[in-house]
Write a protein that binds this ligand. Structure first.
Ligand code: ZN
Length: 1005
């Protein structure tokens, strides 16, 4: 899945997938369960969540529901209580994988905290009890951790799905035939199903007769079960057939309905799917966990003027007696996890092209067909690249890329049928390279998933990073080769900085981390899994000898585990296997995946000796340190005699608390973390910083632009950490007037803007004015020298959109005048005059400040068809300081008629940037919380974005109390979210930073 967070200075564009994690609503009445009162009672008791405050995630017991219920509900087992729970947990639905990985980690990694000694009543995603204790015993008995696989009693082999959607009344009926094999004797089959009304169920064992069976349901865990009086025996085959009816989801997950208004003003409806992570079960009964791979044969009926798509090519179409057409797709030629199944019923049109043995097509609504060329061309190039890079051909005969009009995630990698937002797939002829960069990045990410994720899949969501970190890394790596003109290097650099900002908080988590509840699964889709995952892969790749070793290891991994499931260690083992220098990759990388956070490396020099020490860069308001955390850091460094070319780079492996390296006495300065390819922050001490500042003041080109940006990022981080004064930050920024490169300028502006906004929200108007003049003094001449015409270079576009965005948002006269005049030309020319794509956001946002132009933009919003432009207009509408209008925008975003609800997180983050709206937005969120979590599931990236936007600019005790009171009142409606802890930590840190630095700001700015 792709979560778009392209944080260019003033444009926070956030999105991610899917909706609704909470428990099912309209469910089957099941007499079996009603007869067992203790089941129901237990369910109620166990929904008690611990209440706030719970700030330190290390101390938080995520303990949602006990899940003994199902086992009891299914009854008649002779085992004693604990044994019963443990046994079932391991048997049913593969929660064993989680246990396998935690058992595995605690036995192999020195970095992991010990698993709790007794966790039989630990919660599990939407399934079974987790019993670490039991599995540790199993593991130690067998000494082969993989034996826990054998505890699964039933495994699906194939599914035959028949779906009959009715787009008139938004319902569907379905039949699911599951062929299964019995792995261990058992008396029950447990699978997932949510909001499905089972109308008929039959079962056939081996060659026996087809018999009717009763399906039990346990709603809180979204589970269905069939129990038998006689044991099913290992080795037997069986077939379960379930007929059911359901309504098409009105949120963004499961089999959901979407609609758009066509060019004639008619509302057109369609139905599409979004199953990752836990929503296939809303469309059909299934074993809905990534390790239960099977093949799928899918049939869908439709009206004659519609078309359907699924993972595989269409095999045939049959006219049904009721006048509908049933399309049947080929059985999948590969085994797939359920979250990768997809189907669409719509009136879309394609353009296509053959690439080696694959037919690549891009689908859109008919009127946007002319916007699909770029995607087809880019996807084709990338497919060729990946085919040869991975040395494994893409295994399917076709690959469809489909733009869905209302879609919450950035994109979703369903095998053979990748779904996108319109913004992330469609590009107008006149689109700017920056817009193309977005589209190409998302396509590159989703295509990489066809190998990383689809072909080889993480066993459980705790290792989501194996999917997402990899796809994110590959997206940048492939584009640097395939489309170097898109210059994605700066983008990758800035996402690494942002990943560090988040990972520095105590509320962060390790890359590979235990997840049990649906909310926790949702929360894994965050910058740690994506961007930190990608960052540590970059660090690994650049620290391995030879440029092909990383690739060789990846190929080895993909080949060895093709079609299977893996955990993090499998990847490291493959990379270790191909190591030419007998380098133990697991040993190094475990320190980066099994503990949260990252190190601060402090340099102190004495003549030719350079002493390096490491500590956890943990931002806490209490200044606590985690003395025990150690990382295996491939520290890179350059010095004044050779600092630019890759050959200048030297490496020192810092595995212990401190280490010493030698440099010639003549070396004037050292810059560590060459081009910021490592995931750590460096403090050079007063002398080290002074030497670097001195060097930069003489010649900015002594360091690469990535290194300059990294100095800027690090000094701000150190100030937040409390290690340097803000004066030190200002000292580093002294060289800025001679800086002209995008990466350092953008980073400096982003950091200064953060402080500017904090001061603004505290109504420190004197300091705001001084900060404004400080920024204009240091960046003013560069701002003035920016052009407003068409610009081809991506990095120049990045540079000017951040400079002009900042200038205009501070109401710098020259900037706002230019923007106004461009908008006037645009309106006067009847919108034929073109505003360069990278400046539209700036121009529209200035226009939105005037009464008349806001109205003009409002009518443009309803008229403009091109999604990327529409979003920029929307951001402008939300940047107004007219509170009446802000309220309208927020409400319209929630209603979803004029503004699609998929854009609400963007609206909220834009409104929160401005002074006029940030308190409104906070009130809005509190008032509408229940509607928000109905649209966006608790823990989802959308909710994470909303919470962060609304709270990250608070810096007072009063706001801290408010935020704390609100979220703790939510209980199971969100109080346990990691993003809530993150919000509270951030407010405390803001508060501390202000207390410590306001005097300096008053004196020095
Ligand atoms: Zn992804």
């Amino acid at each position: 899945m792709y979560s778009l967070h392209i944080c260019r200075l003033l444009c926070a564009f956030h999105s991610n997938s899917s909706t609704h994690a909470n428990l099912p609503r309209n469910m089957i009445e099941n007499s079996m369960f009603e007869e067992e009162p203790d089941v129901v009672d237990l369910a109620k008791d166990s929904t008690a969540f611990p209440t706030f405050p719970a700030l330190d995630p290390d101390e938080v017991a995520y303990e949602p529901r006990s899940s003994r219920l199902l086992v009891r509900g299914l009854g008649e087992n002779d085992m004693d209580e604990d044994e019963e729970d443990c046994e079932s947990s391991a048997r049913l639905l593969g929660m064993s994988f989680m246990n396998r990985s935690s058992a595995h980690r605690s036995s192999s990694s020195p970095y992991t905290r010990q698993a709790p000694p007794r966790s039989c009543s630990r919660p599990s995603a939407r399934t079974m009890v987790v019993c670490v204790l039991f599995l540790v015993i199993v593991a130690s008995m067998t000494m082969v951790l993989k034996t826990t696989f054998t505890l699964i009693t039933i495994h699906p082999i194939s599914y035959d799905l028949t779906l009959n959607p009715n787009l008139d009344d938004m319902t569907f009926t379905g039949q699911t035939v599951i062929n299964m094999t019995v792995l261990h004797n058992t008396k029950r089959i447990v699978l997932h199903g949510a909001n499905l009304n089972i109308t008929k169920a039959t079962f056939k064992l081996g060659d026996g007769e087809v018999k009717d069976v009763t399906v039990l349901e346990y709603k809180p865990r979204q589970q269905l079960a069939v129990k038998f009086s006689e044991e099913l025996k290992a080795g037997q085959y069986c077939v379960l057939t379930l007929d059911y009816s359901a309504t098409l989801s009105h949120t963004y997950d499961g089999f959901y309905n979407s609609s758009y208004t066509d060019k004639d003003g008619n509302r057109r409806v369609l139905a599409a799917t979004q199953f990752e992570p836990l929503y296939a079960r809303k469309a059909f009964p299934c074993f809905d966990e990534p390790s239960f791979k099977a093949t799928f044969l899918i049939k869908i009926s439709r009206k004659q003027d519609y078309m359907t798509l699924s993972n595989m090519p269409k095999a045939k179409s049959t006219l049904l007696p009721n006048g509908l057409v049933q399309d049947e797709f080929e059985r999948t030629s590969v085994k797939m996890s359920t979250y990768l199944v997809a189907f669409i019923v719509s009136n879309f049109t394609p353009i296509s092209k053959n690439v080696s043995n694959t037919l690549v097509s891009v689908y859109s609504v008919p009127e946007k067909k002319e916007h699909t060329d770029y995607a087809l061309d880019t996807a084709s190039k990338l497919l060729e690249f990946y085919n040869s890079f991975f040395e494994i051909e893409y295994p399917l005969k076709k690959l469809d890329l489909v733009a869905i009009p209302d879609f919450l995630a950035g994109a979703m990698e369903n095998w053979g049928l990748i779904t996108f937002r319109e913004t992330t797939l469609l590009v107008g002829k006149e689109s700017s390279p920056l817009e193309k960069q977005v589209v190409a990045s998302v396509i590159a990410h989703e295509l990489a998933h066809q190998w990383f994720g689809n072909l080889v899949t993480m066993s459980w969501w705790n290792d989501l990073w194996l999917n997402e970190g990899f796809a994110t890394y590959m997206q940048y790596m492939s584009l640097q080769t395939v489309l170097p003109q898109l210059d994605t290097g700066n983008l990758f650099l800035s996402v690494r900085f942002r990943a560090m900002d988040k990972d520095a908080l105590n509320s962060s988590h390790s890359v590979s981390t235990e997840v049990n509840t649906p909310e926790q699964v949702e929360e894994m889709f965050d910058s740690v899994s994506y961007e930190k995952g990608a960052s540590i892969l970059l660090m690994l790749n650049t620290s391995l000898p030879g440029d092909q070793q990383f690739r060789k290891g990846i190929i080895e991994y993909l080949k060895e585990f093709s079609g299977a499931n893996t955990d993090t260690d499998d990847l490291w083992n493959s990379l270790t296997k191909v190591s030419t220098h007998h380098q133990n990759v697991s040993e190094m990388m475990n320190s980066w995946t099994s503990q949260k956070g990252f190190p601060l490396v402090t340099v102190s020099r004495n003549g030719d000796e350079v002493n390096l020490t490491q500590e956890h860069f943990l931002l806490t308001s209490e200044n606590a340190t985690h003395a025990s955390s150690l990382w295996n850091i491939p520290v890179t460094y350059v010095n004044d005699s050779c600092s630019l070319a890759p050959e200048c780079r030297q490496v020192f492996n810092l595995k212990t608390k401190s280490g010493t390296l030698k440099v010639p006495k003549s070396v004037k300065w050292l810059k560590l973390n060459y081009r910021n390819t490592g995931f750590y922050i460096v403090h050079y001490g007063n002398e080290g910083w002074a030497a670097l500042i001195d060097a930069l003041s003489k010649n900015v080109s002594v360091l690469t632009h990535e290194d300059r940006a990294s100095l800027i990022h690090n000094i701000f981080a150190l100030s937040r950490f409390g290690r340097v004064s803000f004066q030190q930050v200002l000292n580093v920024l002294e060289y800025m007037p001679s800086e002209t490169e995008s990466a350092p300028v953008t980073e400096a502006l982003l950091q200064l803007n953060r402080i500017y906004r904090l001061l603004d929200k505290r109504q420190e108007s004197g300091l705001v004015a001084r900060m404004r003049s400080y920024i204009l003094m240091h960046f003013g001449s560069l701002m003035k020298s920016q052009t407003w015409g068409e610009e081809k270079s991506v990095s120049k576009q990045e540079l000017r959109s951040s400079l002009l965005g900042m200038a205009c948002s501070m109401k710098e006269e020259n900037c706002t005048q230019q923007a106004k005049s461009l908008f006037k030309q645009y309106v006067d020319s009847n919108e034929t005059f073109r505003i360069p794509g990278d400046l539209q956001h700036v121009v529209f946002s200035v226009a939105a400040q005037s009464d008349k132009d806001w109205t003009t933009l409002h009518s443009m919003y309803e008229r403009v068809a091109y999604d990327a432009e529409k979003r920029k207009i929307l951001q402008a509408l939300a940047s107004t300081e007219d509170t009446r209008r802000l309220v309208w925008v927020l409400k319209a975003g929630l209603e979803g008629d004029i503004i699609q609800t998929q854009d609400l997180p963007l609206i909220i983050s834009t409104v929160c940037n401005g002074f006029a709206g940030y308190l409104f937005a906070w009130d809005f969120i509190q008032e509408n919380w229940d509607r928000l979590i109905e649209k966006f599931p608790v823990g989802s990236f959308a909710i994470q974005t909303i919470i962060k936007s609304a709270t990250s600019q608070f810096s007072t005790q009063a706001h801290l109390n408010q935020v704390q009171a609100f979220f703790s009142s939510l209980k199971e409606r969100g109080s346990q979210m990691r993003s809530v802890q993150e919000a509270l930590e951030t407010i405390r840190l803001n508060q501390r930073w202000m207390d410590e630095n306001l005097p300096t700001l008053r004196k020095r700015l």
